[in-house]
Design a protein around this ligand. Sequence first.
Ligand code: SF4
Length: 238
Amino acid sequence: MTDPLREPPVRGFHAVAPDRWQGRPAAVVELAYCNLRCPWCDARALVLAPGRLPAWSISQVKEGLFASPADTVVVTGGEPSMHRALPLLLLALKETGKQIILETNGTQPDMLRLLGARGLASHVVLSLKAPLDEESWERAAGVYVPVEIIRESLAALKESGLPFTLSCTVAPGILSKEDVLRLAREVREFGPLTLTGHRTDGVLDPDAAGLEAIGERELANLRKDVAAIFAGVDNYTE
Ligand code: SF4
């Protein structure tokens, strides 16, 4: 039994997952629990029933990483940054020499500031759920989210000097094309913004499971429109 005050709840570890980081294999560490309830979320067990998943101690994860051929580890969830002990996990992962990618929903700006100040991540991926107004965020995140904290996280990442990427999952029935373009305009100074489609099976909200995912061609066209918004921004890559 691990001490939750010293070890965040790791409920998934994969020594190598194909195409997990920038088209290359990476190890993946999954942390339980989340403070949001995005209807289209495909991490149902991690968010709602982590007690049913096997627990990993930090030393077990480190051992697995030392044996992994991947040079990168992605720390994801659930929402990793909601755990006070996250820095202790990242410190331990750093000792393996792997590049550390942190995926977050951006609701914990203080934690991002701390990780930046201590250099505990190599890259942060901030998943933006909707344009920056509370009605849109509540629809996309399933709970009330004061958008000031998202703005604060964006500013904290920019000030930290940590490399970071913004991502957005285009969930039909939740985000329209106009919503995505408005978000791109709102975060233009923080770009790049990458778009992904969403899975429809095994998602958090059974009603969202019935929605048809955005088509490849539609997604490609939307990426082009987003690229046009970021034209001229130095760090934009599609
Ligand atoms: S998709 Fe939403 S609910 Fe699922 S883990 Fe990410 S932030 Fe939490």
